[in-house]
Design a protein around this ligand. Structure first.
Ligand code: ADE
Length: 240
């Protein structure tokens, strides 16, 4: 997979060289290209923003640098343009899985009040465009969100994770939050690991984990247990 980032703060994306994404680059699973958007400006001040038509506070990112970047980077139908924005579709495991199928992602990181809408409308004439939100809060720009989307996507690429089973077992893969986990020592500062986990009885352990996951989800994220997920007899269908 090829990943491109258009940003006025390329240093934010240095984190992509760390940890697993860095290893994925070394393994040849992903190719990372971070671009300073100001490269596609032509004035002395390398301007990327201007005041909004219609008035209002803040600045809007001008369309031309993005447009020229799309031309030079040959953004086409094989590309998904990802635009992090608090007005986007919420990032979910399902969306991450879908983005992981693509051969190329181009992230457009906005700052200020956002990116001129024509950047997205124009990109949509030549590529798939996905606006993605990390959640209902406002960050100062799209870079941190682009990192989060990248990490959620790249770890799903075949060959990325050493242990594929840990992908299946984790939070959100089955529609529930993950059960609590424990390791050695079995007793620590007066706190004991739940005895069932030491029993060696795999069926009982699986049932305990399932109950814990359901209780946790009900307490913390009842929205994930929406009625549509329940069958007529109240049985659980997370895929519905
Ligand atoms: N840019 C600013 N806030 C954001 C958010 N919540 N999600 C994605 N991108 C953003």
């Amino acid at each position: 997979m090829r990943l491109d980032y258009l940003t006025i703060f390329p240093g934010y994306l240095d984190a992509l060289r760390e940890s697993l994404p860095g290893k994925a680059v070394d393994k040849g699973l992903i190719e990372v290209h971070v671009h300073d958007l100001r490269r596609w400006t032509h004035d002395r001040h390398r301007t990327v923003d201007d005041s909004p038509f219609g008035g209002g506070a803040g600045m809007v990112m001008r369309p031309e640098p993005f447009g020229e970047a799309f031309d030079e980077l040959e953004v086409d139908a094989s590309t998904t343009v990802v635009v992090p924005t608090p007005s986007g579709t919420p990032l979910t495991q399902e969306l991450a899985r879908s983005l992981a199928q693509r051969s190329r992602l181009v992230f457009c990181c906005g700052r200020y009040e956002g990116i001129d809408q024509r950047v997205l409308d124009h990109a949509a004439t030549r590529a798939e465009v996905v606006e993605v939100s990390l959640g209902d809060y406002v960050l100062n720009g799209g870079e941190v969100a682009a990192l989060a989307v990248t990490e959620a996507v790249v770890r799903l690429l075949p060959g990325f994770m050493g242990n594929a089973a840990s992908l299946v077992e984790e939070s959100h893969e089955d529609g529930l939050l993950e059960h609590p986990v424990y390791t050695r020592p079995a007793s620590w500062r007066g706190l004991d690991v739940p005895p069932v986990l030491l029993s060696g009885d795999h069926a009982r352990i699986a049932a305990w984990r399932r109950t814990q996951a359901e209780e946790r989800t009900a307490a913390r994220r009842p929205d994930l247990l929406r009625p549509a997920s329940l069958g007529a007899a109240g049985e659980w269908h997370p895929e519905r």
